[in-house]
Design a protein around this ligand. Sequence first.
Ligand code: ZN
Length: 496
Amino acid sequence: MKAYDDLLTRYADIRKLGLAGSILMWDQNTYMPPGAVEMRGEQQALIAGIAHERLTSNRMGELIRECSSMKDMSPEQASIVREIERQYRRASAIPERIVKELSGLEPVATQRWVQARKMSDFSIFRDSLEKMLSLKREVAELIGYDDIPYDALLDEYEPYMKSRMVREIFGNLRERLIPIVRSISDAVEPGDESARGDFPIPKQESFFRMILERMGYDFNRGRIDVTAHPFTSGSMDDVRVTLRYDENDIRPGLFGTIHEGGHALYEQGFLKEHYYTPLAEPISLGIHESQSRLWENLIGRSVGFWKAFFPLLQEAFPVMKNRNLEDFHGAINIVRPSPIRVEADEVTYSMHIMVRFEIETELMDGKLDVDDIPQVWNEKYEKYLGLELRNDSEGCLQDIHWAMGAVGYFPTYALGNLYSAQFYDRALESIDGMEESISRGEFSSILGWLRENIHQKGKLHTAEELVEKVTGHPLTEDHFISYLKRKYSSIYGITL
Ligand code: ZN
């Protein structure tokens, strides 16, 4: 057991370095003066370098080998060793030359991407993107894969998930989504006036704080700040949420808050006894996203939720005074195919992801040339969403992910939608009067269920195992599709 204890201690230090880096990143996106950007880059690089060195050290390798052959390991211990080994293996596969090339290319590619998007000129980004993709292809070869190179990249964000499974589930999802999107597009759209008007920012701040408190977010171990692109960072006893406000529309701030709140509850939900081990870490980005979407969409955009909060909204904002719950509920659930992913509604959202998934896998397989991205992108938007895009800024240049080298990341967003609906249905079966509690603004039963079944497990199971264990069957699009049909039939007064 000496080796095991040593392994845990070393891993805890690596995790502490990572979390210190995430607080620096939070600061960079909130309060850091712009002139400090170079210094901060150096500090971040140093921390990342030390963590990488420690993770890939010979001693780490020896300890992992010793622990892997340990007899009578508990399931917890086995998962801890499995997950540390996984990180060690992936990090050790990449030589320092590539790590340096990638970290050098990232700021350049990001700068080019910003310029290209501003000018709506793909050619400005083209060379950096090609370089990035070729490095990513090299990374995939070094890490290795069973089926296609994309598997090795997807695995970074959605561990153990295979492209084959994603392709299959996206295929089914697409077939079932297309008629739903078509029927909704043909129906009369609810107006959005009842979510617009004068919403003073200080009032929004205190309203959102109240919602986070009711959800169960612990302000003693977290805080709220403002950014352009909301995110949640940190873990365990220091989980920070960032928000943005729109003075003339309550929706961006409101649903940003509930979404980030869902992420934050996951990170605050780990058990103290597991801190700094993989059992106090999220399973995957898809599972993380399932937590944010469950709160944002299944709970936060439901009638029940607003039965509790609409009167409080009216109290906080005079502009809401003569408005009614039904109109407001329509306004927060408008479905309309649009070019920009981050502005997409929950029905059309997955279509945006499918376009990116198909393009990324073909780029990695060498079946698609960089120069053809804009055209293929536009063709797919036409085919899947019926949209004719006007330029590359609202087309293939809209996301920062490729510039940052995050190839394989996109599928986790759509998987999050599917996981969330499947978890929600199971929670509904398990908890007596769950939706009645929600419509009283009480979330302790649903949060307790999420804590017990998902948060407190950390990385004990893989995502695939967790879904099976919690819901009784593998991941399927069924739950998400029935949820959409149920909800939008009623909002749009149509049969889906
Ligand atoms: Zn999210």
